[in-house]
Design a binder for this molecule. Structure first.
Ligand code: GLU
Length: 425
């Protein structure tokens, strides 16, 4: 059996089209949402340490700004493609609308292998990206943030480049900055924290106790490691974790902090001495109640979804489950918390960071955590409620909530021509 090849751009278009149909919205809504309103490709020349010149390819997709300036991370990865960046920007639109954050969706990417670049080369590349996109970025236009392999330091360089060009401090240009430079407290932990809030909300709903629940995390980076640590604080047991080099399994439990320290020093956790070595495939199929894919797209496919034993799959990564895999998981009785909900904590605290930068009033960490918890709880409640009412998947319910808000914003702005009121009351 050939496994379907998945272009995330096709997947997200299908997801949005399905939501517009389920909501009975006019076709104009899908016609606007089916592609980014703006997509920019740039060439970024960088002088390398050996004196040679390399020209990197970069992209920025600004999908839809009906609800506010576009917002979303920049990914540095060798496999970045225009369609991937477009899809990720569309997921951002859905995510922000779902969390009722006043942002649209954007995303950027640079085709590069950051592991092979020196800090100086990385700085030149980050600055070059902002300089090439200067006209279309800005605190009230499009606000970048970290994503795969981009860090607070990279955000600091981007902010500095933009500030220099404008001859004015522009902290609110990017989020995910270091705390010393206008970054929000709690931003680094936010995505993992939001994911755990969604897992806890769903676990409560289905009567799964987190006390003793077994957790497997694929992708032990910033998001996965924080989720593992916080779940452990709630009584769960981390039984497996992996990164791009492989994973480790211990049914009696792994110490999340010891794993993080080991990975920090060794560069990978695959050789962690506290458990058995496993592959990424084995991790997905291991004996766990909660599976958290926190790496890249298309990890759970029709080829391996049948082997998943978890009852809850929480998509900390963007797009880790193919539509075929999701159908198999539901048949097996597992529930999937979709990326647009499970990883929305990151952009939520990015929003708080932007608010803090614009107001110049910085919040203590407890305030960030409290506001994040409230927004996650509200979004979960709304989505789970609609899911039950419509007997849909959680993903379909999440898209319906988001697309409904987007459609109403576009109608009020006059983007849908003479479409009459979409909702009564
Ligand atoms: N890259 C993260 C995401 O995919 C965060 C985006 C942001 O904070 O703007 O949600």
């Amino acid at each position: 059996m050939a496994i379907a090849v998945h272009n995330p751009f096709d997947i997200v278009r299908r997801q949005i089209r399905e939501a517009t149909e389920q909501l009975g919205l006019p076709p104009a809504v899908y016609e606007i949402l089916k592609q980014p309103l703006r997509f920019v490709e740039v060439a970024i020349p960088v002088q390398m340490d050996d004196g040679s010149l390399r020209v990197f390819q970069g992209f920025r997709s600004q999908h839809n700004d009906a609800l506010g300036p576009t917002k979303g991370g920049v990914r540095f990865h060798p496999s970045v493609t225009p369609d991937e960046v477009k899809a990720l920007s569309m997921w951002m639109t859905v995510k922000c609308a779902l969390l009722a954050i006043p942002f649209g969706g954007g995303k950027g990417g640079i085709v590069c292998n950051p592991k092979e670049l020196s800090p100086r080369e990385l700085e030149a590349l980050s600055r070059g990206f902002v300089s090439a996109l200067q006209q279309v970025l800005g605190p009230d236009k499009d606000i970048p943030a970290p994503d795969v392999y981009t860090t607070p330091q990279i955000m600091a360089w981007m902010m500095d480049e933009f500030s220099r060009a404008r001859a004015a401090n522009a902290f609110a240009l990017v989020t995910g900055k270091p705390v010393e430079l206008g970054g929000s407290r709690g931003r680094v932990e936010a995505t993992g924290r939001g994911c755990v809030a969604a897992v806890a909300a769903l676990a409560e709903r289905i009567g799964l106790s987190l006390e003793g629940a077994r957790v497997a995390v694929q992708g032990y980076g910033n998001v996965g490691s924080v989720a593992a640590r916080l779940l452990r604080e709630l009584g769960a047991v981390l039984v497996a974790a992996s990164d791009s080099q492989g994973g480790v399994y211990n049914p009696h439990g792994l110490d999340p902090l010891a794993l993080s320290r080991f990975k920090e020093e060794a560069g990978t956790l695959a050789s962690f001495p506290g458990g058995d070595r496993i592959t990424n495939e084995e991790l997905l199929a291991c004996d766990a109640d909660i599976l958290i894919p926190a790496a890249l797209e298309n990890q759970l496919t029709e080829a391996n979804a049948g082997a998943v034993k978890a009852r809850i799959v929480a998509e900390a990564a963007n797009g880790p489950t193919t539509p075929e895999a999701e159908a198999i998981l539901y048949e097996r009785g597992a529930l999937v918390i979709p990326d647009v909900l499970a990883n929305a904590g990151g952009v939520t605290v990015s929003y708080f960071e932007w608010v803090q930068n614009l107001s110049g009033w910085y919040w203590p960490e407890e305030e960030v955590e409290r506001q994040l918890a409230r927004r996650m709880a509200e979004a979960c409640e709304e989505v789970f409620h609609l899911q039950e009412e419509r007997r849909s998947t959680i993903r379909q319910a999440a898209y319906m909530v988001a697309v409904r808000r987007l459609a109403e914003a576009m109608r009020l702005r006059g983007w849908l021509a003479r479409t009459p009121a979409l909702w009564r009351g």
